[in-house]
Design a binder for this molecule. Structure first.
Ligand code: ATP
Length: 322
């Protein structure tokens, strides 16, 4: 059951000087969602987050975050939001605990400091000066500072960049726990596996617009588009003609070393045909059968390639909206 809307963005536009960056972005995020903003370097993800958190002005469009326009929203609104930017300042002389405690003191109802330090995997470093943290530990501290205020909504800009695989998983668990308890999470990332395992919905920002939006498992038509069926044609199936199941316009069937590879838009129907064919040849199996859909990365890279192909739209170059 989707919760109430926490972020509502319509027709958002932004230019830096004469250079347009956002061309009419629409986004809607509901309470408790983990929402990812994906896009290549320079797509406008950080700019969008800066506008949503009130740190940057916009040229046009409407923005509502926790029921308020970030422009002119006061400290009470700000205390309901957590931010983990890409680059956090340094607190070299202070210890981890001192910094987290200081940030906690800025909020009316923070999480207990020790539990935040533990949950971000910094327990053993609580009394270490922050100047002596490794890059990944520093990133964990950034996350601790972003969540210590018990935010209703947290913005994470590439939160797991620089973290080792185990620390990434600790961070994912932390984000899931926050969301389970009702915190809404908007994150940017370049890790598509992170989007796949962690996020409820994703928007792909390309050329200053949302090019696609949906659940990671079906964005860009992933769930209904082309699938690839593979199996090993050994034994009774070896040498027998395959039924005509290849998708129109698809590359020729791969059949190297008995390995059959079929591209199809209708995997269930195609499988039925193949199983009937195998049964007629006395086999009740298609050995080594796999059915795969395009990965999120496949879909994402395809979208980028197709946006690049239409890059030269002259009117989008001339646009200057704010
Ligand atoms: N303060 C600024 N002044 C001028 N141009 C800027 C400013 N901040 C960002 N830009 C430009 O706006 C565009 C979008 O930048 P932004 O940082 O929002 O992208 P991003 O999607 O977050 O990229 P990345 O994945 O590299 O973090 C880029 O071309 C960038 O150079």
């Amino acid at each position: 059951m989707p919760g109430p809307e926490v972020i509502g963005v319509s027709g958002l536009r932004k230019s830096y000087g004469a250079v347009p960056v956002l061309h009419g972005v629409d986004l809607h995020v509901r309470r408790g969602e983990i929402f990812a903003l994906l896009g290549p370097n320079g797509a406008g993800k950080t700019t969008t987050q800066a506008i949503l958190t009130g740190f940057s002005s916009r040229g046009a469009g409407s923005v509502s975050v926790l029921g308020q326009d970030p422009v002119g929203a006061g400290p009470r609104w700000r205390a309901r939001i957590g931010i983990v930017p890409q680059d956090v300042g340094s607190f070299d002389e202070l210890t981890v605990k001192e910094v987290v405690s200081h940030f906690a003191s800025l909020y009316p109802d923070p999480f207990p400091v020790d539990s935040v330090i533990e949950r971000t995997g910094l327990g053993e470093k609580a009394n270490e000066r922050t100047a002596r943290l490794s890059g990944g530990q520093q990133r964990r501290l950034d996350i601790a500072l972003g969540i210590v205020g018990r935010p209703e909504l947290v913005f994470l800009d590439e939160p797991t960049t620089g973290l080792d695989p185990q620390a990434r998983r600790v961070t994912w668990d932390l984000i899931r726990t926050l969301a389970t308890n009702g915190t809404t999470v908007m994150l940017t990332t370049h890790y598509l596996d992170e989007v796949e395992v962690l996020c409820d919905r994703v928007a792909i920002l390309l050329r200053g617009k949302v090019a696609a939006e949906g659940a990671p498992k079906d964005i860009g038509g992933r769930a209904d588009g082309e699938a690839v069926i593979e199996f090993h044609a050994g034994g009774a199936l070896r040498g027998a003609d395959l039924p005509p199941v290849q998708r129109a316009g698809a590359p020729p069937l791969g059949r190297a070393e008995g390995q059959v590879r079929i591209s199809t838009d209708a995997p269930a129907a195609t499988l039925r045909v193949l199983l009937d064919w195998a049964a007629r040849l006395g086999s009740d199996d298609l050995p080594g059968l796999t059915v795969t859909r395009p990965t999120l990365e496949d879909v994402y890279l395809r979208m980028i390639a197709s946006a690049d192909a239409t890059t030269a739209a002259p009117e989008s170059r001339r646009e200057n909206t704010g």
